[in-house]
Design a protein around this ligand. Structure first.
Ligand code: ADP
Ligand code: NI
Length: 217
């Protein structure tokens, strides 16, 4: 049983790797790798089921609506894969539920139902806060065709999921529209400590960005 779980966790990583290898939106294999590593660390600290957390972390972006024809098509791909693994129906359902509900989507989703869901969501969110997050944001903006910054395009206060995904914005606006809001949404104490430090770094970065922009420094 333990060996079989080890095999499935490794297979989940390989499946995600083959699916996301060529992604250029910041949801590439190394994002998955970091989220899996963090999910394992948080799962151990919080006493969550490590197997469920690692499997869900590895597979969480395979079903991403940006990378599939629809969210449903993405989830079918993951369910089909899970069906072929020797695991309990309960674990399969748990992993699927986490993946189906954890995405940010403009802040519209209800809270995660289980400790494992909270852990995996935290691990994914931590990758959107801090030094690596800054790099991912400019990468994504470039991929989408958004500029770095435009003083005539202020951050949007509220928006629908559709506007969040497709509306015109800027990389710097994304810090205000999402990234700087994330640390307040962290679920677990272990992740909160990491989030606060990363958040402070990101705030400093944005502040400095504006000062350079205005020619003040
Ligand atoms: P989730 O995986 O929760 O759905 P996203 O896929 O929207 O989150 O975002 C993952 C990362 O991609 C963000 O943390 C951010 O760095 C980057 N990103 C997403 N949307 C944008 C955007 N409109 N502009 C700049 N970066 C973005
Ligand atoms: Ni992710």
């Amino acid at each position: 049983m333990e060996n079989e779980r080890e095999r499935i966790m490794e297979a989940a990583r390989q499946f995600a790797r083959s699916e996301l290898e060529h992604d250029a939106t910041g949801h590439d294999w190394w994002h998955i790798h970091r989220v899996v590593t963090m999910a394992e660390r948080l799962a151990r600290a919080e006493g969550a089921d490590v197997f469920v957390c690692i499997a869900a972390a590895a597979l969480h972006d395979v079903a991403d609506e940006k990378l599939n024809e629809s969210k449903e098509a993405g989830l079918r791909k993951v369910s089909g894969w899970l069906e072929r693994q020797a695991m309990t129906d309960a674990d399969r359902a748990h992993v699927t539920d986490i993946i189906a509900t954890m995405s940010y989507r403009g802040g519209a989703n209800p809270p995660m139902r289980t400790l494992e869901g909270k852990v995996v969501q935290d691990a994914d969110r931590l990758d959107a806060i801090g030094a690596i997050a800054i790099a991912r944001t400019f990468l994504y903006a470039g991929w989408k065709g958004d500029p770095i910054h435009d003083p005539q395009l202020p951050p949007r206060e509220t928006m629908t999921a559709e506007e969040y995904r497709r509306g015109r914005s800027t990389a710097i606006n994304h810090f205000h529209e999402k990234l700087l809001k994330l640390s307040a949404l962290i679920n677990t104490p272990s992740a909160r400590a990491i989030a606060e430090e990363r958040h402070a770094f990101m705030e400093q970065y944005v502040e400095r960005f504006y000062r350079e922009w205005s020619g003040e420094m």
